[in-house]
Structures are given as C-alpha cells and as structure tokens.
Design a protein around this ligand. Structure first.
Ligand SMILES: [Zn+2]
Length: 435
C-alpha cells in the first residue's frame, strides 16, 4: 500500500519547529486531506478549475476556516475569502493561493499556500494574538489554466483584470463554453465579473508556494524570497508553405514550412542570452498539418513562450523572436504570420518588501536567497495592484505538476513561521499608516 501523504510528511519531521502555536501535524493532516480530493492512482490529484473536485477542496478548507473563527464567503468567481477582524479597520493583510491542479498534478502546488496562510491564523488563535489590521485567507479559483488554457482567472476576476470579451471566447477541451461551465459550478458570467473588489480593501498580499525548481535545494535552503515574477508573453507563429507528396515533389523548389520552423526553433534557443541572464524562450507546442508521414506540410503553427523579470529585456526578446521568424520564413521560401496572443507585464517585488523579508529570514537564521519566479502565480495578478511578497519553499528535485512533487514538512513549517513573522511586522506598519 502506498504510504499516505500524512505519514510520509510526519515521518520526515522532528517536530522542533512546532512553536508559537504552529503545528506540523495539523498542516500535514490538512495537506493529506486535500490530497484525497480528486486523488489519482499514482498519488497525484486531478482538480481542474471549476470542477466538482476543486469545489469540494474549497468546501473542506472553508470548514477549517470557520472552525478557526474566520468569517467565510465565496464570491461570484468562486474565490473563497476567510476574514479575521483586526484591532482596527482598514485594508487587510491577505495571504493565500489556489487548490485547483493540472491533470494528475501534485499535492503541494497551491494547497501549501492556502493551508500555510490558514496555519498562521490557527497559530494566532492558539496564542491569543490579535492582528492589528484585518486578515484574509484567500483561495483563488482556476489558477492553473488546465480547464480553459487561461489561468489565474479567480485572481484576475477579483482585481477586475478580466473582461467579458476574454471570457466569451473560452471553451474547455470538451467544447463547453465558459458560461456553461460556470453555470454548472453555480454562478454566472455577470457574477464572475462582479467578483471585482475595491482593492483599497487589500493592503498587502503574500503567498507561500513551492519553488518548482532546484535552486533552493542546490543551495541547501528551506525557503527563499521571490524577487519578482517573470511575466509571460505568448507569440503565436504560423509558417505556411505548399503541401505536396513526399515522393513525387523534388527537393529543389519545395516550400516546406516545417524546415523553416525547424531552423527558427534552433535559433530561438540562443536568443534569450543576448538579452539577460534570466530571460527564457520556449516552444512546447507545435501543430503540423496535415501531419502525415508522406506529406510535405502545408502549415506549422507554434507558440513561443517568452519570459523575463525585466520588461524591457522581455519585450526586446519578443521583437528579436519576431524578426527571426520573418527571416527564417524568407530564407525558407514560406510565409509567416505573427500574433502576440498575450503579454503579461513582469511584476517585481518592491525593494522595501524584499529587504523586510530578508531581515525576517536572517532573524530566523536562514540566508535570504532571492530568486525569480518563472511561473505565473495569483501573486503576480495581485502584485499589479497592491504590494506583494512571495516565499518559495524548497521542492525536492524541483519536480512539480507531477504526483512526485514533494516538499518536506520541516521546510513548509519554516515558511509558515517566516510568513507569520513577516505578517506581524507588516501589519504593525499598516495599522500605523491607517492611524
Ligand atoms: Zn501554483
């Protein structure tokens, strides 16, 4: 029998980080409970956005939130907001993440951020600490984008970054429109858009997330400070040539879009280094049509995913990729069309926040290592509107979006303490600012 998530987490935990009301056992049991919702054969989870499983996971967390004394509501986008009153009113300190997953995803990506934020509240409840300003624990809907190919939907609904037009073109792999899916979920498009909040209600947003990379593991650190989230730009590229029989068409004079695309792919891989150390460009999806072994293709469509923390470098790279596609088309005697399908601005974490978090790390005896987030997160959306902080937790072997995804409980609990300490300091400043 497979070792349960709970047993495995607790087996690797010596309990020494259980203090100030924080409980490793409680966090382990909650992670394990969510791991059973949408559980897959190999120990992962299937909880697509707006699925019955995602909803059940939210309902489970809502129950825990109520037990912890939070005032809980679900907005029209399915975001869950658990609120704790502060000694004074004013903008809230919010923290959270998501509970949806990619198909056969892992047990930490998302749930760790939600349950860590809740663990901080549990610790306060146990020690009798009253926050100086209101606190919110938030579960955002559909972060992963596995349902509609458009992620971070709940956070964009909350910040008002999503409009009718963007929603009207969405459909899932079974051909269901966004409207159909959301109505089965128990809400409507209007209610979804109505989830947009007055963002003056939120004074700060913090998120704990697994690193999904190996840098912390290589550095031997339990947690790190995110210095910013690289905004992705998606450039759709379509090369068009002339289809023909592989046997009857001489090599000379062919207009083969796959040959042009191949040259393009090769060149793209060397472009990011010309712009910055952190820039990346990836082609992970290629559609060849008609896609027959004995047919010269007529069309090759692909998407280049381009990211960097520095917007100028990122945009420069997008331009360079465009020029390269055009040149490869000319050289290959084919046509090309280019379309920038989406472009999200990179979100840097404010210097002052990084410094403050760095001090919290140092006081906890942890070297404050800063790292870039190459993946998008709800914090990227919130960070476009309010000051934001993200703490990454070490991922074993950097594995993510996979049932083998793992973080040790001791590292998770260390991050809970870091968030708790940071929140307590931040809230004092927020209260002083209000008063
Ligand atoms: Zn995530």
């Amino acid at each position: 029998m497979r070792e349960s998530v709970r047993d495995r987490l607790l087996a690797g935990y010596d309990g020494t980080a259980d203090r100030d009301g924080v409980s490793g056992k409680r966090l382990a049991e909650r992670l394990a409970t969510l791991a059973l919702i949408g559980e897959t054969e190999d120990g992962g989870v299937n909880r697509p956005g707006f699925s019955a499983e995602e909803k059940r996971a939210k309902e489970q967390v809502m129950e825990w939130m109520r037990e912890a004394g939070l005032d809980v509501r679900m907005d029209g986008a399915g975001n869950v907001i658990g609120r704790l009153d502060g000694k004074s009113d004013g903008p809230a300190f919010a923290a959270g993440s998501h509970v949806d997953s990619v198909p056969n995803g892992g047990n930490f990506d998302g749930p760790l951020g939600v349950l860590s934020a809740l663990e901080v509240v549990e610790a306060w409840k146990e020690t009798g600490y009253e926050p100086p300003v209101p606190v919110e624990v938030i579960i955002f809907s559909e972060e992963e984008g596995s349902r509609f190919g458009a992620g971070i939907m709940g956070s964009q609904a909350m910040t008002g970054d999503m409009g009718h037009e963007a929603l009207s073109v969405l459909s899932d792999s079974e051909g269901n429109s966004f409207e159909e899916v959301i109505s089965a979920y128990g809400t409507t498009v209007d209610e979804f858009l109505g989830a947009a909040r007055d963002l003056k209600e939120i004074g700060f947003y913090a998120e704990i997330h697994i690193e999904q990379g190996k840098l912390l593991e290589q550095a031997g650190l339990p947690a790190g400070i995110v210095k910013g989230i690289a905004g992705p730009a998606w450039l759709n590229v379509v090369f068009r040539g002339t289809a023909g029989h592989a046997g009857n068409t001489p090599m000379i004079g062919r207009r083969d879009p796959l040959v042009a695309a191949g040259r393009f792919l090769h060149e793209v891989s060397s472009l990011p280094a010309q712009f910055s150390d952190t820039a990346v460009a990836t082609v992970g999806k290629l559609n060849v049509s008609p896609n027959g072994a004995n047919v010269i293709p007529e069309e090759v469509a692909l998407t280049v995913d381009i990211r960097d923390l520095d917007k100028t470098a990122r945009d420069g790279l997008v331009e360079k990729v465009r020029e390269t596609a055009k040149r490869c088309a000319v050289e290959g005697g084919v046509e090309v069309s280019l379309d920038l399908a989406s472009s999200i601005d990179p979100v840097p974490v404010p210097d002052e926040v990084r410094e403050e978090l760095g001090q919290v790390f140092e006081e906890a005896g942890i070297r404050p290592m800063e790292l870039m987030s190459g993946a998008g997160h709800d914090a990227m959306i919130l960070g476009g509107h309010v000051p934001m902080a993200m703490i990454f937790v070490k991922s074993i072997e950097g594995i993510s979006h996979n049932p083998a995804e793992w973080s040790d409980l001791g590292d998770c609990i260390t991050a809970v303490h870091l968030l708790k300490q940071f929140a307590e300091q931040r809230m004092v400043k927020m209260a002083a600012h209000e008063g």
